[in-house]
Design a protein around this ligand. Structure first.
Ligand code: CDP
Length: 238
């Protein structure tokens, strides 16, 4: 290990990354965690996992969610992350099942924000997320990480990008997975989710007062990684 890395290890911090839908938070968070040898947690995957559980267990009647049944079941929904050697990324598991592919579908994206607005769902997941960060050395991305999950995080980033750029990025991601969808549909989904996420009572999406705004509309992945690592070094070393 070189001395620079040693310094980073010496003072482990919590990095909270929040922002709008599809602005690249997960890529930023994952790449940063990898570069500095931190744990990475995608909190959105946890809300998506609960949503998939609701869909598969018939808790949705059209758009109506059976909250009463979900409340009874929430403690039995076990979500974990496991490293995938092939992709080099971490996969989301619901019980023993790898659900990484299913939770990224449009079907889940369309139902996730109402599920994530339910108070007891947030309480259960926030508790798990806080436990994951107890030893620091973690990068977590989501909507309420810097405000609710880790209000004392040493480094908070609020990521944003222009809506049309976000829609294009998400469309490309879905299309790579074989899901064909128009740019208008993607845009509509992003805007609806952002509206629900920002206006809900519990853990609304908002920039923490001490967060750094990071607009990556015109940045390449390499550039955003370089800038993030520069910011990180200012906070994690002394
Ligand atoms: O990838 P994208 O940014 O589109 O979404 P995500 O991070 O996978 O999160 C999916 C949804 O989960 C969001 O639209 C929010 O409704 C919800 N979420 C949340 O409420 N709180 C979090 N900490 C993370 C996600």
């Amino acid at each position: 290990m070189n001395p620079e890395e040693n310094k980073i290890q010496a003072k482990k911090i919590v990095v909270a990354i929040d922002g709008h839908s599809s602005c690249g938070k997960s890529t930023i968070a994952r790449d940063l965690a990898k570069a500095v040898n931190y744990k990475y947690i995608d909190s959105g995957a946890m809300y998506r996992a609960v949503t998939l559980y609701c869909i598969e267990n018939g808790l949705f009647e059209g758009n109506r969610l059976d909250e009463e049944t979900l409340k009874e079941k929430i403690q039995q929904i076990h979500i974990t992350f496991k490293h995938n050697q092939t992709t080099g990324k971490s996969d989301t598991f619901l019980g023993d099942r790898n659900i990484e592919k299913e939770i990224r579908s449009m079907a889940v994206a369309e139902k996730v924000s109402p599920v994530a607005a339910v108070g007891f769902v947030r309480q259960a997941l926030v508790r798990q997320q806080q436990a994951m960060g107890i030893d620091k050395g973690i990068v977590m991305d989501g909507r309420d990480i810097g405000t609710i999950v880790f209000p004392d995080a040493e480094l908070k980033i609020f990521v944003t990008a222009r809506p049309e750029i976000r829609a294009k990025r998400r469309q490309a991601e879905l299309s790579a997975k074989g899901e064909t969808i128009t740019i208008e549909e993607v845009l509509r989904n992003l805007e609806t989710r952002d509206l629900i996420d920002s206006t809900r009572k519990d853990g609304p999406l908002r920039k923490a007062d001490d967060a750094i705004t990071f607009d990556n509309s015109d940045m390449t992945i390499e550039e955003q990684n370089r800038r993030m690592q520069d910011i990180f070094k200012q906070y994690a070393t002394y």
